[in-house]
Design a protein around this ligand. Structure first.
Ligand SMILES: O=C(CO)COP(=O)(O)O
Length: 254
């Protein structure tokens, strides 16, 4: 089973109208037409999503948000619903990122609820799982990421993940320059695919599992060469279009 590589930029809380326009101008010539063979997405702060949807309208580049509300609509000041993301032409949404879980108190249950709302509204979810350093050192990595993934599977089944993706992001590797080794990451990805297979073996083979955590063009080829690593969720190295494109080319050269 070959899965099409998927490389996703997560700009986090970075960007401006001007910086985004420059990024799009640099990236667009390489992202349009048949230049890139992998699937590519850019996930930006929600206020800039319309700018990106417009900027990438004639390319295959997907546009994603970094969160959505766990409610459909109403008196939830400051929130953005999955339906609103769909309304402005947003293709996907990152859900359950470790920064959301640790800094904003998201639980396995709220993440599962958001995944359901995203999928029901036609927005593809990229569901993040990952262990802290303390959990890794206690030998709990597989247990933690399996629990996080099962919470979503129990609520919505596997189809939202076939449409979107799972992202394994060890918390200790995010923004630290310390990536998991390709072998360690592969072991976790294999375990995650086994959890998916408990639900539907055939669909598990079609689900893309991305790695995230200090991915750069330098370490991407080794990561992408692993049988269960199907692409990357890129933070810091996605802020410059050239750096991000270099990672996309690594996925293309597999
Ligand atoms: O959190 C990440 C992507 O979602 C990874 O961030 P870095 O690539 O900056 O480590």
């Amino acid at each position: 089973m070959t899965r099409k590589p998927f490389v996703v930029a997560n700009w986090k809380m970075n960007g401006s109208l001007k910086a985004n326009a420059d990024w799009i101008e640099t990236a667009l010539p390489q992202m349009s037409g048949t230049r890139l063979h992998c699937d590519v997405a850019v996930c930006a702060p929600s206020v800039y999503l319309s700018q990106l949807v417009k900027g990438f309208e004639h390319s295959a580049t997907l546009v994603g948000a970094q969160n959505c509300a766990q409610y459909t609509q109403g008196a939830y000041t400051g929130e953005v619903s999955a339906g609103m993301l769909a309304d402005i032409g947003c293709d996907l949404v990152i859900l359950g990122h470790s920064e959301r879980r640790t800094l904003f108190g998201e639980t396995d249950e709220t993440v599962a609820e958001k995944v359901k709302l995203a999928f029901d509204n036609g927005v593809m979810p990229i569901v993040c799982v990952g262990e802290t350093l303390q959990e890794r050192e206690a030998g709990q990595t597989i247990e933690v990421v399996s629990r996080q993934l099962r919470a979503v599977l129990n609520k919505v089944g596997i189809m939202p993940l076939v449409a979107g993706a799972v992202a394994y992001e060890p918390v200790w590797a995010i923004g630290t320059g310390k990536s998991a080794s390709a072998e360690d990451a592969q072991a976790v990805h294999q375990a995650l695919r086994a959890v998916l297979a408990e639900v539907d073996e055939e669909a598990s083979k079609r689900t893309r599992i991305l790695y995230g955590g200090s991915v750069k063009a330098k370490n991407a080829p080794e990561l992408f060469a692993q049988p269960d690593i199907d692409g990357a969720l890129v933070g810091g190295a996605s802020l410059k279009a050239e750096d991000f494109l270099a990672i996309c080319h690594c996925a293309d050269n597999l």
